[in-house]
Write a protein that binds this ligand. Structure first.
Ligand code: FES
Length: 139
């Protein structure tokens, strides 16, 4: 176990290591991203975390970048290295970007829409907890 000092961190990359992403080279993607960060001396600037499935298996291998709130699809080891360089320069991999966040996630149209989630109630957490919708599906 490690306890990192994140005070200089500018970017957090969540690298999906779920089953579908693992079949699409998630381990190699993870190692390439971490190697590129080290080669560029950016260990304090970019933090990485392996995750389990993020619910976008069609997009495997998925990498998510915060604080930008961008979701990338089809990331290969080579693209993982490019992604690191882009984020260090304040840029993005636009041609792989599936969702971006602007108070809500905006789909780029570069991937399948996906299934609707069942929910009991949708609450706008950014707007005083106002209830946006009651049960969409179910009873
Ligand atoms: S395994 Fe990566 S999104 Fe499902």
């Amino acid at each position: 176990m490690s306890t990192w000092n994140l005070q200089e961190t500018r970017c957090h990359l969540l690298i999906c290591n779920g089953g579908s992403c693992t079949k699409r080279r998630a381990e190699e993607v993870t190692q390439a991203i971490r190697d590129e960060i080290s080669l560029l001396g950016a260990d304090k600037l970019i933090h990485t975390t392996r995750t389990r499935c993020n619910g976008r298996c069609t997009d495997a291998c998925v990498v998510i970048a915060y604080p930008d709130g961008v979701w990338y699809k089809d990331i290969s080891p080579e693209l993982g290295r490019e992604l690191v360089r882009k984020h260090l320069s304040g840029d993005r991999l636009d041609e792989r970007l599936v969702y971006s966040f602007d108070r809500r996630f905006i789909a780029s149209g570069l991937s399948v829409t996906g299934k609707e989630k069942a929910s009991w109630q949708a609450v706008d957490l950014l707007n005083d907890g106002k209830i946006l919708a009651e049960r969409k599906r179910g009873l």
